[in-house]
Design a binder for this molecule. Structure first.
Ligand code: CTP
Length: 411
């Protein structure tokens, strides 16, 4: 693959050297286009020696070669690491005042940007707006990592590790190369809940469920690949499941109980075009968990745990819309039984919940939970079948986003 590595002027520019090495070792041809400020941190000879290609920063370098057009046209992938606040602003404004920004205007291949800056700059409304603009145009803006910054301070804004940037960039390129992958969620904000809630019995015990969270992760991944800005509300998800999502630009909010999940989903959903409730939410919680661990008393039977009902988050979102044009989607894990089939249970639930779509799948010991395959029927609010998708959780996720994207375009 022909990769164009843009480097802008931040202290993290030294990590671009490691990224360059990594991409070269993986067999890619890499042309480095630094900004003039980047060359104050890392010298051109370093990039030239490691890439084996010349380095220029200005459109006036090699004028007969019309580099400012050619480089962008030839690239299969553009990665900008680090992307400073200034670079994001210039790219969002469509400026073409140096070779890197000119190239960004010409490139039609996947573009991945890995921002790095101080926390205050990253959180400034101007930077937030620039990131949103770029994401709306289909640029993959990776979330910066949290941790040690230039000085003694720590916070969000650190450049992710070169391995994580390389992985996210190559995944974006693979998706971009697959003509069947649509970019139909660009400019949309979607919220996905995944995992399973835990309701405390006391400070050390909880009532939980067997949800692995893999369907929620697949939904978040698929939506990000289709250009959406994604918030994943992750109920007790393993860190190794969410780390690649963070690197791919998904905003992950970790929660534990149903009350926390409800709060996080509702606050993120205020700006969302679609909300997909894939989390397995506990219907009941212990009414008054004690502050101290419950002790075993020899010879006496344990006190019963009194349960109270949790709010139904999905039904609330469907009945009292936070936004008039928001698509609300639920998942129903059913086992069938009582002489009623999985689908009949699903149809009744679709009518009861009032969500625009309900994805119904059969679960049991060896189906659905914890496995990598699903068999899902998508119903509308009347219980009518809209689509049927079988396959990996990622395929199911894409099938569901197809249905969501259709509703969004028809609105
Ligand atoms: N859900 C929710 N809040 C709850 C319970 C469930 O938002 N308190 C959501 C789930 O995230 C899922 C959908 O509702 O999207 C269906 O969950 P499920 O547990 O199958 O539905 P229940 O209403 O709990 O029905 P059942 O009686 O089958 O448990």
């Amino acid at each position: 693959m022909r990769i164009l590595l843009g480097v802008s002027g931040g202290i993290a520019a030294y990590k671009a050297v490691l990224l360059l090495r990594l991409l070269r070792e993986q067999g890619h041809a890499v042309r480095v286009v630094p900004t003039a400020a980047a060359l104050r941190f890392v010298g051109a000879p370093t990039f030239e020696a490691l890439s084996g290609e010349p380095v220029s920063t200005e459109v006036f370098d090699d004028v007969p070669g019309v580099q400012h057009v050619g480089l962008g046209q030839e690239a299969d992938l553009v990665v900008v690491a680090p992307a400073t606040a200034d670079l994001l602003a210039r790219a969002a404004a469509g400026r073409a005042d140096d070779l890197l920004t000119s190239t960004l205007l010409v490139a039609r291949c996947p573009v991945v940007m890995a921002p790095a800056m101080h926390t205050e700059m990253w959180q400034h409304p101007a930077t937030r707006a620039n990131v949103e603009t770029l994401r709306g145009r289909g640029v993959h803006v990776i979330e910066p990592a949290s941790g040690r910054l230039t000085g003694a301070d720590t916070g969000a804004g650190r450049l992710p590790e070169p391995e994580d940037i390389a992985r996210a960039a190559l995944e974006a390129a693979a998706v971009g190369a697959d003509a069947s992958v649509r970019h139909d969620l660009a400019g949309r904000h979607v919220v996905v809940s995944g995992g399973g809630t835990r309701e405390p019995i006391d400070p050390v015990r909880f009532i939980g469920n067997r949800s692995s969270g893999r369907q929620g992760v697949a939904l978040a991944q698929a939506a990000a690949a289709r250009g959406a800005q994604v918030t994943l509300v992750a109920a007790n998800l393993a860190a190794d499941l969410t780390a690649p999502l963070v690197a791919a630009g998904v905003s992950v909010r970790a929660v534990g109980s149903t009350a926390e999940l409800r709060e996080a989903v509702r606050s993120a959903a205020e700006s969302a075009d679609a909300v997909v409730m894939a989390a397995a939410v506990a219907d009941f919680r212990p009414s008054a968990p004690p502050r101290a661990k419950i002790k075993k008393v020899a010879g006496s039977s344990p006190a019963p745990i009194e349960l109270v009902e949790n709010p139904d988050i999905l039904a609330e979102l469907a009945a009292h819309r936070l936004r008039a044009d928001q698509v609300v989607v639920g998942f129903a894990a059913e086992t069938g039984g009582d002489g009623t089939s999985v689908l009949e249970h699903g149809r009744a639930k679709a009518r009861r919940k009032g969500a625009d779509l309900l994805a119904v799948n059969a679960v049991g010991e060896n189906l659905g939970f914890g496995t990598d395959v699903n068999d899902v029927t998508v119903l509308d609010a009347h219980g009518e079948t809209v689509a049927a998708v079988a396959g990996s959780k990622r395929e199911v996720a894409d099938g569901l986003w197809d249905a969501v994207a259709k509703i969004l375009t028809d609105m």
